[in-house]
Design a protein around this ligand. Structure first.
Ligand SMILES: NC(=O)c1ccc[n+]([C@@H]2O[C@H](COP(=O)([O-])OP(=O)(O)OC[C@H]3O[C@@H](n4cnc5c(N)ncnc54)[C@H](OP(=O)(O)O)[C@@H]3O)[C@@H](O)[C@H]2O)c1
Ligand SMILES: *[C@@H]1O[C@H](CO)[C@@H](O)[C@H](O)[C@H]1NC(C)=O
Ligand SMILES: *[C@@H]1O[C@H](CO)[C@@H](O)[C@H](O)[C@H]1NC(C)=O
Length: 328
């Protein structure tokens, strides 16, 4: 079996390195800024759960056209780039890599991330994945797996027999290498899980940046911030339940449970968007805020808390860029 990880950063390299423990599975990667480091020395992974280990991908490509030249028939192409539709449409880079037997797997946060892939590859199986794994790449090729492995997969836009078998096979490969909380959801439930994750991300990520780099536990300990955080989560979940027509599943955390768990999170734990902001990188604002706002509006459902944060952060990002350009 041939698997290609497109965008081997924190999440892609972590799952890729696990999948590669399967016999008869070759896992290759398309890198960008970490290409030289990975080509030379592979990845080194540190994980409390799995220990520390090295991983040399079967093949390491500098970009998509190099991967195309390999002329392989990929079973899975796993996309784990940041979802930044305002910067690039990564679906176009997959042209020539997708065959009849390829399933495209999207492990990314946000809403609406599948659309460009579904439009470009209407006949391909698309598996949409939501993970709560926490991982980072503090330097090129060094992957820190912090906590959790949980990942859920669902077909997009709807279930099919072909998608189900691709889904089950991938979950099987993961469970054989210690990722035993990978599971499949029906397509609609997976979309609701995306909204649920977005409710959490939309509350914590922008608020940390806008509150001058406040950590997760502090954001829920302050009474005014708590009211804001709960307001955002309720707002997003409320719209999500109306849009999908589903009740909140019993296996999803309630807003209260989300906030209680953040209260207990370690001091100094920050949402990843804060890291993007501090490193001067683009934040995933469109898929976490912009797309949900748009989809809600189309059905007459406004999210004023989300809209306010979106407008402020998008403008902060643009203003900072303009100033740094004018300084050059
Ligand atoms: N990290 C987490 O704990 C976590 C948890 C849950 C969900 N997620 C979600 O998972 C997704 C991936 O996040 P991440 O933290 O793994 O991000 P990341 O560490 O920045 O990894 C993304 C990787 O994709 C590469 N890339 C981007 N465009 C590329 C291209 N055109 N060709 C080749 N490589 C390309 C990036 O290269 P460059 O270095 O050149 O940019 C980077 O190595 C995001 O949607 C995120 O929200 C992350
Ligand atoms: C791919 O897998 C096959 C079978 O396990 C193996 O013989 C081959 O060497 C692998 N190729 C690479 C580039 O790792
Ligand atoms: C892809 O990478 C190869 C090898 O580093 C390089 O020669 C080529 O110009 C790159 N192509 C694109 C489209 O970036």
């Amino acid at each position: 079996m041939e698997i290609l990880i497109f965008g081997a950063g924190a999440i892609g390299a972590f799952y890729g390195s696990r999948l590669a423990f399967n016999k008869n599975v070759n896992v290759s990667v398309v890198c960008r800024s970490n290409y030289q480091a990975v080509k030379t020395a592979g990845f080194s992974i540190t994980s409390q759960q799995f220990g520390n280990y090295e991983w040399s991908p079967a093949r390491t490509f500098a970009n998509a056209s190099e991967a195309r030249k390999a002329g392989l028939n990929w079973d899975y192409v796993i996309v784990s780039t940041k979802a930044l539709p305002d910067v690039s449409d990564d679906s176009q880079l997959l042209a020539g890599l997708i065959s009849e037997r390829t399933a495209i797997v999207l492990i990314q946060n946000g809403i609406g991330i599948e659309e460009p892939y579904a439009r470009r590859f209407p006949r391909a199986v698309i598996l949409s994945a939501v993970t709560i794994t926490s991982a980072a790449q503090p330097k090129h090729g060094s992957i820190q797996h912090h906590r959790w492995t949980k990942i859920n997969f669902g077909a997009y836009p709807g279930d099919s027999q072909q998608a189900t078998s691709k889904n089950n096979l991938l979950i099987d490969l993961l469970s054989k290498v210690g990722v035993d909380d990978a599971s499949a959801f029906p397509a609609q439930k997976l979309q609701l899980l995306r909204w649920h994750k977005v409710a959490i991300n939309a509350a914590f990520n922008p608020s940390s940046v806008l509150s001058y780099e406040t950590d997760n536990p502090s954001m829920v300990h302050d009474a005014d911030m708590y009211e804001h955080m709960k307001g955002v989560i309720d707002e997003v979940l409320g719209v999500a339940l109306k849009l999908t027509g589903l009740p909140l599943p019993k296996d999803f955390a309630t807003p209260q449970q989300i906030l209680d768990s953040a209260k207990k999170s370690p001091k100094g734990s920050f949402p990843s968007m804060l890291g993007d902001w501090k490193r001067n990188q683009k934040m995933e604002l469109e898929v976490i805020l912009g797309n949900p706002i748009k989809l809600g509006r189309e059905k007459g459902l406004d999210m004023p808390r989300l809209q306010t944060m979106y407008a402020l952060l998008k403008t902060a990002q643009a203003t900072r860029e303009q100033r740094s350009e004018s300084r050059l």
